[in-house]
Design a protein around this ligand. Structure first.
Ligand SMILES: [Zn+2]
Ligand SMILES: [Zn+2]
Ligand SMILES: [Zn+2]
Ligand SMILES: [Zn+2]
Ligand SMILES: [Zn+2]
Ligand SMILES: [Zn+2]
Length: 1016
């Protein structure tokens, strides 16, 4: 077979054969061939069936099989990558990729990043063939790189057609067909291996324009699996036995589904011991007839256990042998069942049912070993295959080349009990044809167990054969699943390995942070640099000059608690900008998994599969900063934010923070609206809220087609009067400021709207209700209900906003504006407010220009009362148009509720100024008319609208890193961050943090729409 053919399956070209144990079988009902998906017709013995993995095939299809049997698959995987298995849950209607049987609402696991489904109890045989989203190779150049399809077998979407023969290649009845998780190409297993050369390479299909190519992502060589980089909360770290409720359940489950023919018997045996089953007469008769049949032939079925390990777990294979075979033949058959490649002299056989009166069990011996096996009533004879301890001093080891410039990827070396690792390295270098200094290389042991990939670097004096033998005493199969890698001592992924650390106190000094971190770390895992530091979030990036110390630091920091808060540590991948094709504008995806019930979780799972998992970030894991840091060297990229308006504000705010460190200062943002509100999403045509109906792939295609548009942003400056100013800071400001109240201003960035009076008061009640019972605010409908109730209460309740026009003075662009009798003012940047209402209204008016969110103008409207407000929200009336302008000044003579982008509080009397912010945002607006998509070639050039350089006002925001403190004065929610433009807090020791600073909640908690303010 040609190497290229096998590459299509992700298995090594070394795979000697498929390894299935086929037996002839008569099917009583129409059954699909797993290889070609067609029905197996005929009356008797129409097809073949693998006793180990339940693979069903036509006789004619056997010779084309390249999918290795599950017993062999793990050792054939070319590049083992552990799956990111999800929490155990009930899976239905999918086929298990291990035992190939349907998962009938049984506890199952699925991979978060590829289409891999398995029974909970099939984990033992999981094959570590997950996608590799980080394949950067420092010796390859962009134009020489090809990416193979990322094929997974079975569970194809209904009506999938084969790419090659155009016939249906899916089946609702069995595991069949192949699908590339990335480009979606589907084909028969029989066709995928014979695809034309050019079709073997994956170009990520329709998502190519936004797909982050794996060859541009580099992660350090580590013993830590990709789960930690992706920030996935999975069961990765659970001990294996935790997966089973009881040992009995496990034993029953595994043998039932795993050993197929023998499994039935095993479970029966177990049930008998558990006194669960009384055999029916029918069953007994059946048993008798098979027994009789066996008697007629010269053959006998024997169970083979692989070491004591599998005896305990009741895992066995059955073999069929001649009754008069020799010990050698019996041993060969047993070894074949476990696909053992070592020399047979290293193994022995035991009779499982033999009485052990003597201390040592007796090895099975000639003559007629089968005849002399002990038989137990109703059970097959059973033998145990073991690895010899003594007189076992040589064997073979498999050595693979990892990221080395060699033609051949794998060699087999004969070693003995005195061959050291040093000698293996030398021999391997010669065999690979590398004339290099052995001191520059190391040998790594890689074990593949239960789908996990574990690596250990061997010391130069270690004896690889002994290392392998130790594994063999546990299980011969596990020994076969152990391989060695030859790799360069120096990680070719470069010296800079970065960790993101969060959940530290905010606004400490550089020195403070450094001290805190160094206190947590051993001297040998010290970082080489600290920064950037995101002071206002209490988070930072630390960089190491080698991956070993980075991983040590990662482990030491994880679970560490500082000032009652658990530190957050994330391993960051490195992106290599020169490896991204010029036509690709990678998409950075942020999902607020806490928004909109469970929709965020479903979306993140879909996006991780559709895209490179390294380009999708969960905001509950460190917020937007880790993702923005990872993308900082990318010159051009786009962002997709899945969440409410608050989440978008949060991402824009973080973009403002990282701006100077990033190559791309204004990556355009698209939105998948989650939760309630979503006024910004509505204006940009992304809809009122994702319902879960739309296919995530088409959401991504909308992002590809979306056009860039500018979003004006505004600075809102609050300056309380002198006496209230004291109230405002009432002991909460971190520093005793000698400045006048003139500098006690609070500055916010406003993206959507700013309300005073009635509108803000409603928002505040809603906010407070939510603070009381946050768990109830998950569903969009419940949120709506609360709004209505709050509104009703307002109508009969207190009249805080009565005669607002009498306590306010409004000045727009330097002109005093006479206010009509109103109870609320709304200042609009976007033409959507209160979940889709348009207070400005559609009418033409000669006094005003048509409003939009990029003209540099704000619209000021008034609300006369509760009834009027209700009418605006239901679209019956518009608000009272008051003014349009770009510089708004308000003077209030008493305290009034205010809200900025849905984040409300009560503001004391004073001045408010709204002026254009120097911060820019580019948004993506969904195309109005959906382009007909079927059969269109993937777009290769993205529409790019150059952003007009608008007139930029004098920046009002201090350009130096602002000092942010959390304030919760006067009803401001805990989500309200404020900037004090007064003297920055002198960077003191952590003890000088104001005692009133509430423990910052996880920002994701706060950001569920509709209430979250954006502060600079
Ligand atoms: Zn077939
Ligand atoms: Zn098989
Ligand atoms: Zn299974
Ligand atoms: Zn996977
Ligand atoms: Zn593909
Ligand atoms: Zn086909």
């Amino acid at each position: 077979m040609a190497a290229a053919e096998v590459e299509g399956l992700g298995y090594s070209e070394e795979a000697p054969s498929h390894g299935h144990s086929f037996v002839k079988k008569t099917f009583t009902r129409p059954t699909n061939c797993h290889q070609c998906a067609e029905y197996i017709w005929g009356l008797v013995s129409q097809g073949f069936f693998c006793e180990v993995c339940n693979f069903l095939v036509h006789e004619k299809c056997i010779k084309t099989i390249l999918i290795p049997c599950v017993s062999l698959a793990a050792s054939c995987v070319e590049n083992p990558v552990a799956h990111c298995l999800s929490e155990e849950k009930s899976i239905k209607g999918k086929f298990c990729n291990v035992c190939r049987k349907k998962i009938h609402e049984a506890p199952g696991l699925h991979c978060e990043v590829c289409d891999y489904f398995i029974h909970d109890y099939c984990q033992e045989f999981a094959v570590p063939n997950c996608v590799d989203g980080a394949t950067y190779d420092p010796w390859s150049q962009l134009h020489t790189i090809t990416t193979h399809h990322n094929n997974r077998e079975g569970n194809l979407p209904a009506h999938s057609k084969c790419f090659k023969c155009k016939k249906a290649c899916w089946s609702p009845d069995c595991l069949t067909g192949m699908r590339c998780c990335w480009c979606g190409l589907t084909a028969h297993s029989s066709c995928v291996t014979s695809l034309a050369k050019e079709s073997l390479n994956c170009s990520f299909g329709k998502l190519e324009p936004i797909f982050l190519p794996p060859h541009a992502v580099s992660i350090p060589r580590t013993q830590i699996s990709q789960v930690n980089f992706i920030g996935l909360k999975s069961k990765e770290n659970l001990p294996h036995h935790m997966l089973y409720r009881t040992e009995e359940a496990r034993a029953l489950a595994v043998s039932d589904d795993w050993s197929s023919t023998g499994g039935v018997e095993a479970s029966k045996e177990l049930e008998e011991t558990m006194h669960l089953v009384i055999k029916t007469r029918d069953e007994k008769r059946k048993e008798k007839s098979t027994k009789e049949k066996e008697k007629e032939t010269e053959e006998e079925l024997i169970k083979v256990f692989d070491g004591y390990n599998s005896l305990r777990k009741r895992l066995f294979r059955t073999i069929t042998v001649n009754k008069y075979c020799t010990k050698e033949e019996l041993l060969a058959a047993a070894m074949k069942a476990f696909v053992v490649s070592q020399d047979s002299k290293n193994f022995y056989l035991l009779d499982v049912y033999a009485d052990c009166d003597s201390e040592r069990e007796v090895e099975i011996q000639d003559p007629y070993p089968v005849q002399s096996l002990v038989r137990k009533e109703g059970r097959r004879p059973a033998i145990l295959l073991g690895l010899r301890d003594s007189e076992n001093d040589s064997g073979i080891i498999k050595v693979w080349a990892r990221k080395l410039q060699v033609g051949q990827t794998k060699i087999v070396l004969t070693v003995n009990a005195s061959t050291t690792t040093e000698q293996v390295i030398e021999q391997a270098l010669t065999d690979f044809g590398l004339e290099d200094n052995p001191d520059l290389y190391e040998l790594v042991k890689v074990t593949l167990d239960c789908g996990r990939v574990t690596e250990t670097v061997l010391n130069r004096e270690d004896i690889p054969w002994e290392v392998l033998k130790r594994r063999g005493f546990e299980s011969v199969r596990l020994m076969e699943l152990t391989r060695f890698y030859l790799q360069l001592l120096e990680d070719p992924h470069g010296p800079d390995v970065a960790l993101f650390v969060g959940n530290l106190p905010q606004n400490l000094s550089h020195k403070n942070y450094e001290t805190i971190l160094l206190d947590c770390l051993d001297p040998e895992s010290k970082f080489s640099s600290l920064g950037p530091i995101y002071y206002e979030y209490g988070s930072m990036v630390i960089t190491f000059d080698n991956s070993t110390s980075a991983i040590a630091a990662y482990e030491q920091l994880q679970g560490r608690v500082y000032e009652d808060k658990k530190l957050m540590v994330i391993m960051l991948p490195t992106l290599e900008p020169e490896m991204i094709p010029s036509k690709t504008v990678p998409l950075l995806v942020f999902v607020n998994v806490k928004s909109g019930g469970c929709q965020g979780l479903q979306l993140i799972s879909s996006f991780r599969k559709l895209l490179n998992p390294y380009q999708v970030f969960d905001l509950s894991n460190g917020g937007p900063l880790p993702g923005l840091y990872v993308f900082r060297k990318i010159v051009k990229y786009r962002i997709l934010v899945c969440g409410g308006d608050g989440t978008i504000g949060w991402v824009l705010q973080c973009l403002d923070n990282v701006g100077q460190d990033s190559q791309c200062s204004n990556p355009p943002c698209a939105i998948v609206p989650l939760g309630t509100g979503n006024d910004l999403a509505r204006v940009l045509r992304w809809g009122s809220g994702y319902s879960g109906d739309e296919d995530p792939l088409s959401l991504l295609r909308d992002v590809i087609e979306a056009e860039e548009i500018r979003l004006d942003r505004w600075t809102v400056v609050f300056r309380p009067l002198t006496d209230e100013g004291a109230v405002l800071d009432g002991g909460k400001a971190p520093v005793v400021s000698a400045q006048t109240n003139e500098n006690n201003a609070q500055i916010f960035v406003m993206n959507n709207y700013f309300g005073l009076g009635l509108d803000a008061d409603l928002c505040l009640d809603f906010h407070n209700a939510r603070e009381e019972k946050p768990e109830k605010f998950n569903s969009r409908n419940y949120n709506k209900g609360v709004y209505v109730k709050v509104s009703l209460r307002k109508m009969v309740g207190r009249k805080m906003c009565k005669d607002l026009h009498k306590v306010l003075k409004l000045e727009v662009d330097g002109v005093n504006v006479e206010l009509p009798p109103i109870e609320g003012i709304i200042i609009l940047n976007i033409m959507s407010w209160g979940s889709g209402a348009n207070p400005w209204g559609p009418e033409k008016d000669d006094r005003f220009s048509k409003p939009n969110h990029w003209d540099g103008n704000l619209e000021v409207v008034g609300v006369t009362g509760m009834v009027h407000m209700g009418q605006i929200q239901s679209g019956l009336r518009s608000a009272v148009r008051i003014a349009q302008g770009s510089h708004i000044k308000i003077h209030m003579t008493r305290e009034i509720p205010v809200q900025v982008d849905g984040e409300p509080w009560i503001q004391p009397a004073g001045d408010i100024v709204v002026l254009k912010s120097a911060l820019k945002a580019t948004m993506l607006k969904k195309q109005k008319y959906k382009v007909k998509r079927r059969n269109t070639a993937p777009p290769t050039n993205l529409p790019t609208t150059p952003i007009r350089a608008g007139s930029t006002p004098i920046p009002q925001v201090p350009q130096s890193a602002p000092y942010i403190s959390r304030s919760h004065h006067l009803g401001g929610g805990p989500g309200t961050s404020t900037v004090s433009s007064s003297a920055p807090p002198t960077a003191g020791p952590s003890g000088s943090v104001p005692p009133s600073t509430s423990p910052p909640l996880n920002l994701a908690d706060l950001c569920d729409s509709p209430t979250h303010a954006t502060a600079v």
